[in-house]
Design a protein. Structure first.
Length: 526
């Protein structure tokens, strides 16, 4: 499992080292070594070997600026021409250049550097680091804004970032423009928060160097956790020779309506192909009943009250609105449940009665659905909202997109449920404040019906997990629900890739569903 931290927590973890009586600056020197090594590799890979390349350093006032200066000294020794533009009112890093670089680093004004900007082989961004909040301002901001416009036109040389791209907030993951997208980000001690959210795409290839202190973060709580393939394999329940359909998990599904039958068909098919022992589908419409059996003959349909069904878990809400009465049952049922789409809207109404969910209810909103939920809670649970958020108003959809970690944690705290915020990087928060991040396998999954298939996958995995726990006689810990949700996102993505044979292109949800057995088989081989 990869652990990701806020910049502030990493700075706290560094303090015992840098405040030690015998500290001689070795962390900065090791950071400079790492930055120079990665810069050299980038230069060579972009066709600029020693004695044939020019490097532009963007130097800010703090330690990132100093790391960049020292890296420039090392690159000059390798034969590269080094120029620097300084944004340092303290003058400390100018003094550092004079002391360490001598004539090896030319200091330029911004205008001078722009005259032949395309002649540089590489730009190293060391303006701001993990201590910065908000956008880059002043002269540095104007300069970055101009470089960013060149970058968007495709005329800027490649950029590598020292620790984090300037303008990216390492404590909440926000990308504040102007900020240069990096082909590579060289980060130190531990992975920083933005590398586990959508902002990671702005950071390029992320290279971690622990600087010889690999245990510095052993006692630090991570902001995000990223499961690896071995972790997903461990979470996947598999049958034994003693298994039968009831011990492999029975999933009750309340998805779709006569107006939106596709949500029902796709979610049920996804659950079946994820390997659950049985799917019981609630339906009171004859046409939808016939459609379901025609497309998914393995389904066991029922038309009576849901409370009379014996299941290990429920999944529903896909293809419904908040007025659908079955959504209320999903919320109140004693069994674990996946609550999607219309069921998420129903949650707000339920919570406004003074009740609360628990971790075994998994909400799966996208940003728009989460915005509606939080707006309703901010208006209806004013006391609880004020306690958690002080004077912060309910977020807009853009706010949630910019600060997904903040708002998915807020939703979990307010509801008591496990909350999965779906997106290019899905974040899953447990009410105990643990958050998992799962990178989407392909942006082509952003299409109608994709969420319906994910509901079926997650419902099937949840039913299997509950059934397996019952067989073992062990209760499920609250954190398990978040890990199962992460596994669902992972398998969803792997199935999308499998449907195209590893290539890129459109992935209709029906194709994803067909490839689920292959994705699971590949995980079982790990």
């Amino acid at each position: 499992m990869k652990l990701i931290y806020t910049g502030e927590s990493i700075r706290e973890a560094e303090k015992p080292y840098v405040q030690a009586p015998d500290y001689n600056g070795y962390l900065m020197q090791r950071a400079a070594d790492a930055l120079a090594e990665e810069a050299y590799d980038t230069l060579v890979s972009h066709g600029a070997p020693p004695h044939s390349g020019r490097v532009l350093l963007l130097v800010g006032p703090g330690n990132n600026g100093a790391d960049t200066v020292y890296a420039g000294v090392r690159l000059h020794r390798l034969g590269y021409s080094i120029d620097a533009v300084l944004f340092d009112p303290t003058g400390r890093n100018l003094e550092l250049i004079a002391r360490e670089a001598g004539e090896g680093t030319r200091v330029l004004h911004t205008e001078q550097s722009l005259r032949n900007i395309s002649d540089y082989s590489l730009i190293i961004d060391g303006i701001l680091g993990t201590g910065a909040r908000g956008p880059v301002r002043g002269e540095a901001g104007e300069y970055l804004g101009y470089l960013r416009s060149l970058q968007q036109l495709g005329t800027l040389p490649p950029v590598i970032a020292c620790d984090i791209p300037s303008g990216v907030d390492s404590n909440d993951g926000t990308l504040n423009e102007p900020s240069l997208a990096a082909v590579r980000t060289v980060t130190f001690i531990g992975h920083k928060l933005p590398t586990g959210t959508g902002t990671a795409e702005h950071c390029g290839s992320i290279r971690l160097h622990t600087l010889g202190v690999p245990h510095a973060l052993d006692n630090t709580e991570p902001a995000l956790r990223v499961l690896e393939t071995k972790d997903y394999r461990r979470e996947l329940e598999t049958p034994t020779v003693e298994s039968h359909k009831y011990t492999r998990g029975v999933l009750g599904m309340l998805t779709g309506t006569p107006e939106y039958p596709g949500a029902a068909l796709m979610s049920v098919h996804a659950a079946i192909n994820t390997g659950v022992g049985m799917v019981r589908f609630g339906v009171n419409d004859e046409k939808l009943h016939a459609l379901m059996l025609a497309h998914n003959p393995e389904t066991v349909c029922f038309s009576g009250p849901a409370r009379q069904q014996q299941v290990h878990a429920w999944a529903g809400g896909s293809g419904t609105t908040s007025s659908e009465p079955t959504n209320r049952y999903l919320i109140e049922a004693p069994e674990p449940a996946v609550l999607d789409a219309g069921a998420v809207d129903t949650v707000a109404e339920y919570l406004l009665t003074g009740k609360r969910l628990t971790a075994h209810k998994i909400l799966t909103p996208h940003a728009g659905e989460l915005q509606r939920l939080l707006a309703a809670l901010a208006n209806g649970l004013t006391g609880r909202w004020a306690e958690l958020m002080q004077n912060t108003p309910a977020p807009s959809r853009d706010d949630i997109t910019r600060q997904p970690l903040r708002w998915v944690k807020t939703a979990a705290a307010l509801t008591g449920a496990t909350v999965m915020l779906k997106g290019g990087y899905s974040l899953i928060a447990s009410p105990a404040d643990t958050v998992y991040s799962v990178r989407g396998a392909t942006a082509w999954l952003a299409t109608a019906g994709s969420g319906d298939t994910l509901t079926g996958i997650l419902g099937a995995l949840l039913a299997q997990k509950v059934a397996a726990a019952a067989q073992r006689g062990t209760p499920l810990e609250d954190d398990v629900y978040a890990r199962v949700a992460a596994l669902a996102v992972y398998l969803h993505g792997r199935a999308a890739l499998a449907s195209l044979g590893g290539r890129r292109g459109p992935v209709p949800p029906t194709r994803v569903v067909q490839s689920l057995p292959q994705a699971i088989a590949e995980l079982l081989e790990y």
